[in-house]
Design a protein around this ligand. Structure first.
Ligand code: FES
Length: 536
């Protein structure tokens, strides 16, 4: 089969590939990042690049790209194979703002004189970001932190795309494992450089991640996580030497990988529960960590139940026409004064708006609903800033209402539908747990929100569309990177590690797909309105 060289700009990397390789696959083989929410299926429209010589646009190019983009040479990287020498220009990769800090309840621990001088690294291995903390094992003091995007993103943005890649591609799981191991090694080296310390001082690592990250790190088969009933191959924690795990940055440390509760409630949720004491207290506490899958925990009367709601990536900016990660240029908050006026936009960084991140997406829907451009069923109505395109109505956030320019940022009827589905999944999952425990909204003492979206969202917007049960705003508490806080506790305390092991049996997992109330609750929760107080 003929081979051709493809060169990527501005990095200058090049590779020789056979003529059935797509531009997206070639970029992945070099570890170069091209947004690819759908994993290369041609359905998300995010993998837009320019390349020379340019090819005739395909049907999917025409479906996802504007006439302006087509005319200026943009094409979908997953749609075009490299059948001659090719030069590709990648979009400028901007590092997302990574949430590293978090709140945690105080932890009792005794200083062990045997640990003097010993350090450890706590790692929150997220699907999108990886955060590492260098800790003093004796004092419990944090010495340094480092964070990066998860390099597995090159193989798909969300967990399901990566499970799909690991299952279908030859050596897919090995490629994902190799990427995350080298990412952890790099973060550990960064931490040691910041703290001016030798790798020899590190004697322990703790790692929390969702169940798929746990399995991929350990080289386990993830195929069962991609199919109902989404059973994990392994739930318990693993303790091994860093050498046998495959890490090279430290010589002879012990690595602890937190246990999983279920296929989509993993060690990161265990870290969340531990760091906030969700299972140990008298209060009724709801904990929600919103990602592609929202992990929801409800503690009531000394019992904790949990579920995973398939929210989809809408609140991470994916599958939204102008969605993006929370980084410079992302609109993080929106206020609409009146339907005919341009909205007030609050943009991250000192740069022109480029798109909407999760909190901006939530605000947009809540504000469109508040001013009556969108009704409770999510239907958009004509208005001074609403236009009609081939795909239906859309609201114009920036730019001229009438002219189709590349710089215009819009929110479409279909974007509203994506948010409705995400909102309905989270809201219905919460309601199922409340039904299981016999809890009404008024009973909820606190709602802890973990993760980046939970940290930055405007609670009033979430309550307006019924994302959360109707509780007073002051009971909603963002706790930041709660999984990372859990990783630190697991690093520092054998008691916490024993507690984590017990949690996998003590926290009752509710499978939403088979719960008799879920389908009805999901349908009701698609309405964009605050839920009535006595809903359970
Ligand atoms: S359309 Fe190409 S990766 Fe989604």
């Amino acid at each position: 089969m003929p081979r051709h060289v493809v060169a990527f700009e501005p990095s200058g990397y090049s590779v020789s590939v056979n003529s059935t390789t797509t531009i997206l696959e070639a970029a992945r083989s070099l570890g170069l990042f091209i947004p690819s929410d759908c994993g290369g299926q041609g359905t998300c429209g995010k993998c837009r690049v320019t390349f020379r010589p340019v090819s005739i646009p395909t049907e999917k190019d025409l479906r996802h790209l504007s006439p302006f983009e087509i005319a200026t040479g943009f094409r979908l990287a997953c749609e075009h194979v490299i059948d001659r020498r090719t030069w590709v220009t990648l979009p400028q990769t901007v590092q997302a703002k990574i949430l590293t800090s978090g709140k945690s309840k105080p932890m009792k621990r005794q200083r062990d004189p045997g640990l003097v001088g010993q350090k450890g690294v706590a790692i929150d291995l997220g699907t999108t970001t990886v955060v590492a903390y260098l800790m003093d094992l004796q004092t419990g003091v944090q010495l340094a932190q480092a964070a990066t995007l998860n390099p597995q993103i090159a193989f798909g943005e969300d967990v399901m795309s990566r499970i799909d890649f690991a299952t279908r591609a030859e050596s897919g799981g090995a490629a994902l494992r190799e990427r995350i191991l080298s990412c952890i090694d790099e973060l550990v080296m960064q931490l040691l450089t910041i703290a001016a310390m030798s790798p020899k001082v590190v004697s322990r690592l703790s790692i929390v991640g969702n169940t798929a990250m746990h399995h991929l790190l350990l080289g386990l088969d993830v195929s069962t996580l991609g199919l109902a009933p989404y059973k994990p191959l392994m739930r318990h924690s693993v303790t091994s030497s860093v050498e046998s795990l495959g890490l090279k940055s430290v010589g002879s440390a012990e690595a602890y990988i937190a246990p999983n509760i279920a296929g989509f409630v993993g060690g990161d949720a265990v870290g969340f529960i531990l760091s906030q004491g969700l299972d140990s207290g008298k209060d009724t506490i709801l904990g929600i960590d919103i990602g592609t899958n929202a992990e929801i925990v409800l503690a009531h009367n000394g019992k904790a139940v949990c579920c995973s709601a398939a929210a989809g990536p809408a609140f991470e900016g994916a599958r939204i026409t102008h969605g993006m990660r929370g980084q410079d240029g992302a609109i993080e908050h929106v206020h609409i004064d009146a339907p005919e006026n341009p909205p007030d936009l609050f943009v991250i960084g000192d740069s022109p708006p480029q798109g909407l991140c999760g909190s901006g997406i939530l605000d947009t829907v809540a504000e469109l609903r508040r001013v009556g451009i969108v009704d409770r069923k999510g239907r958009m109505y004509p208005s001074a800033r609403v236009n009609r395109g081939e795909q239906g109505l859309y609201y114009v956030l920036t730019g001229s209402v009438d002219s189709d320019t590349e710089s215009r940022i819009v929110f479409t009827q279909s974007d509203v539908r994506q948010v409705q589905l995400a909102k309905a999944a989270i809201s219905a999952g919460t309601r199922v747990l409340m039904e299981v425990c016999g809890v009404r909204p008024a009973d909820i003492d606190l709602l802890f929100l973990a993760g980046a979206f939970g940290n930055y969202l405007r609670p009033e917007s979430a309550l307006r569309i019924g994302l959360f049960p109707p509780i007073p705003v002051d009971r909603i508490v963002p706790v930041g990177n709660a999984a990372g806080e859990g990783a630190k506790r697991l690093l520092l305390s054998s008691r916490e590690r024993a507690h984590a092991e017990r949690l996998i049996d003590e926290v009752e997992y509710i499978e939403l797909a088979t719960h008799p109330s879920f389908a009805q609750m999901f349908m009701e929760a698609t309405l964009l309105e605050s839920e009535p107080q006595g809903m359970v």
